[in-house]
Write a new protein. Structure first.
Length: 69
């Protein structure tokens, strides 16, 4: 979108996603100042059906590789 519009700010744009964005995607959305984000499912719902977000797990400290032994 930035390339097509030839600008880095997307304040007049909206984004639609099937699931809550991961932290990296949310950062890009926030920095581009997109005015509206719509998503169909929270991350917990995606995890419940088998999608595992290792980035979110790492930030929450819930990743298997981060658990204290």
């Amino acid at each position: 979108a930035c390339k097509k519009l030839k600008q880095i700010e997307l304040a007049d744009c909206e984004i639609y996603a099937s699931c809550e964005p991961c932290p990296m995607c949310f950062g890009a959305i926030h920095l581009s100042q997109i005015k509206w984000l719509v998503y169909g499912a929270k991350a917990d719902a995606a995890i419940a059906i088998g999608f595992h977000d290792f980035i979110a797990d790492a930030l929450r400290g819930t990743g298997f590789y981060q658990k204290a032994t």
